[in-house]
Write a protein that binds this ligand. Structure first.
Ligand code: NDP
Length: 315
């Protein structure tokens, strides 16, 4: 595994992180969850990405992760980077959603209880909340670091102007923003417009979520929608989205074969080729997917011709 220092910080992060948004909730087979986490850790993935609402049901991924941590990784806590987030709707009433001081502080306390942890390594404001002053959110994040409940803080899905303001406020509070998290993959290239330059300017690391466009950038959907796939199971990825992208996916698959990679490997390598991208957070439903995705690290360079051919295929 390759590790990179995150932005201007001293913290090294594995280039692949494992996310627990799907496949680790209360419906998931506990033995399967355990084996995916063990395999990932044994292969050098030290970074595990959670949020208060991951499940289903919301909170259950943190509960399962906490249980597995205790059973399997108790003596390895200092070798792991564990993150959580708050910002999307989590409990009823005015405090279970958004980025107010009340919501963030209460949510983190709940997350620590669910995971049976004293602190997380990174705590994120999960989304920009236009109804809460950024000053309030950043002050709360800084206080969370001072309380020792998180070692570092990050933000996710902030528009560029608000992200810039957040970076400046956190720096002024002496708790610099460690990391910025957003959707980035071959089918969703918005961070290239402003965020990637912005994070580089402020010494903040960038981490990409949904790097495989929820499984579309793999060989999974080339011949239809398999049972038990994300597109068959829930509303986060729809059949219509897959059908809309299928010609692009087929073109990319042919290019991946020419490079001697699977499409998943090429899609991850394509993100990691950019020095501004610290790490990517993969989601998986099997150990085999972790293994395939790890192989991306074996070749992350692209010729100018390959990049141009890929660009011509992308939306
Ligand atoms: P991906 O784009 O990596 O999609 C993961 C899905 O792709 C898997 O569940 C699996 O689908 C399929 N897959 C993965 N590897 C392979 C492979 N080698 N071959 C075939 N299929 C494969 O990431 P996610 O969308 O899951 O997001 C990753 C993480 O990012 C989340 O767990 C979460 O931690 C974070 N995230 C953060 C958000 C934020 O708001 N900050 C929002 C969304 C995600 P299947 O299950 O069908 O087998």
């Amino acid at each position: 595994m390759e590790y990179r220092r995150c932005g201007a910080s001293g913290l090294q992060l594995s280039r692949l992180a494992l996310g627990l948004w799907h496949n680790f909730g209360e419906e998931a087979d506990p033995l399967r969850c355990k084996s995916m986490l063990r395999y990932a850790f044994d292969e050098g993935i030290t970074h595990f990405d959670l949020a208060n609402n991951y499940g289903p049901s919301p909170g259950s991924a943190e509960i399962n992760f906490g249980r597995i941590l205790k059973e399997e990784f108790a003596s390895h806590r200092d070798e792991m980077i564990i993150t959580t987030k708050a910002g999307h709707e989590m409990w009823p009433g005015p405090y279970g959603d958004g980025a107010s001081r009340k919501s963030l502080m209460s949510s983190l306390d709940q997350s620590l209880k669910r995971m049976q942890l004293e602190y997380v390594d990174i705590f994120y404001s999960h989304r920009y909340d236009s109804e809460t002053p950024v000053e309030e959110t950043m002050e709360a994040l800084s206080d969370i670091v001072r309380q020792g409940k998180a070692l570092y803080v990050g933000i996710s899905k902030y528009p560029p102007e608000q992200a810039q303001k957040a970076f400046e406020l956190l720096k002024a509070n002496h708790t610099p923003c460690l990391i910025y998290q957003d959707r980035y993959n071959m089918l969703a290239r918005k961070p290239e417009e402003q965020h990637l330059d912005l994070v580089a300017k402020y010494g903040v690391g960038f981490i990409a979520f949904s790097p495989l466009a929820q499984g579309q950038l793999t060989d999974k959907y080339l011949h239809g929608i398999p049972e038990n796939s994300r597109a068959a199971k829930n509303g986060f990825l729809t059949e219509e989205q897959v059908i809309r992208n299928i010609n692009t996916i087929k073109g990319l698959q042919a290019m991946a074969i020419q490079r001697g990679q699977t499409l998943a490997e090429m899609a991850l390598a394509w993100l990691l080729k950019d020095n501004r991208v610290n790490s990517v957070i993969i989601g998986v439903s099997s150990k085999e997917q972790v293994a395939d995705n790890l192989k991306a690290l074996e070749n992350t360079s692209f010729s100018e011709e390959e990049l141009q051919n890929i660009n011509e295929l992308l939306p």
